[in-house]
Design a protein around this ligand. Structure first.
Ligand SMILES: C[S@@+](CC[C@H](N)C(=O)[O-])C[C@H]1O[C@@H](n2cnc3c(N)ncnc32)[C@H](O)[C@@H]1O
Length: 235
């Protein structure tokens, strides 16, 4: 294949997602319950990771066996639940950052309901401030909050050595629904969110240039989901 992505209509994307989800590992019953609850409670539930992304998180966590995980952007705690359940054997410590009081309350409900409080710590407030309160190193860092913050978060993490020597940073939504690549890249994007994602796209273009040019790291932008960047220290 000469290109790295297939061209999908929204209908094809839905069919492909359904097929991949069906033939991939199932997520846990608790994750399914939380996913359904979130969809029923929040108009912006599309901020939550999909079940296939949840299965990917579990796969990566069991593969990489991180001892400490940092997550920037908690929402209702779906990804935190995935990290928690996939690290039962290794008992990883999970720190998750969230700003919005409504989502803090929803996440705390998740952590209480599924008994996550022994290993998950929610740090409330703007991630830029919360990062400054952290010490030690993290083996896996999931960046999934405000898109204009990505460059600053990753720069801070690298400058302050918060990523362990073998650690991986995974940044989500780097395509900004396609707007990072070009404002013409996604004719299916609804008009009501186009301006929002166009702004995010500008910030993420800068983020991508930063990742490519920072001599300390290797990075790769994978055309999966809404674009996922993986970053590690250079060997
Ligand atoms: C895409 S959602 C996270 C989804 C979650 N990680 C998951 O996989 O289900 C992004 C979250 O980041 C939060 N957020 C936005 N800006 C933030 C900031 N400056 N600091 C901390 N959290 C922020 C939002 O309130 C939202 O809950």
């Amino acid at each position: 294949m000469l290109t790295s992505v297939l061209s999908f209509t929204p209908e094809m994307a839905a069919t492909v997602t359904e097929y991949c989800t069906e033939v991939s590992d199932d997520v846990t019953p608790e994750m399914n319950e939380l996913w359904d609850w979130t969809c029923g409670q929040f108009d912006d539930a599309d901020k939550m990771s999909s079940p296939l992304q949840g299965a990917t998180m579990m796969f990566l966590a069991t593969l990489l066996k991180p001892k400490r995980i940092l997550e920037i952007g908690c929402f209702t705690g779906y990804s935190a639940l995935a990290w928690y359940q996939a690290t039962k054997k290794t008992q990883a410590e999970i720190v998750t950052l969230e700003l919005d009081p409504k989502m803090i309350a929803a996440s705390r409900r998740t952590f209480d309901r599924y008994g996550l409080n022994d290993r998950v710590r929610l740090v409330e407030g703007p991630a830029g401030d919360s990062l400054k309160t952290l010490s030690g190193q993290f083996d896996f860092i999931f960046v999934d909050a405000n898109k204009e913050g990505y460059e600053g978060y990753v720069k801070y993490i690298l400058d302050h050595g918060l990523l362990s020597p073998q650690g991986v940073i995974m940044a989500d939504n780097v395509f900004a629904r396609g707007m990072t690549i070009s404002t013409e890249a996604n004719p299916y994007l609804p008009d009501k969110v186009r301006a929002y994602w166009t702004e995010n796209g500008k910030a993420l273009r800068k983020f991508n240039t930063f990742c490519k040019q920072d001599p300390r790291v290797d990075s790769i932008l994978l055309p999966v989901y809404d674009g996922v960047t993986l970053i590690k220290w250079k060997d």
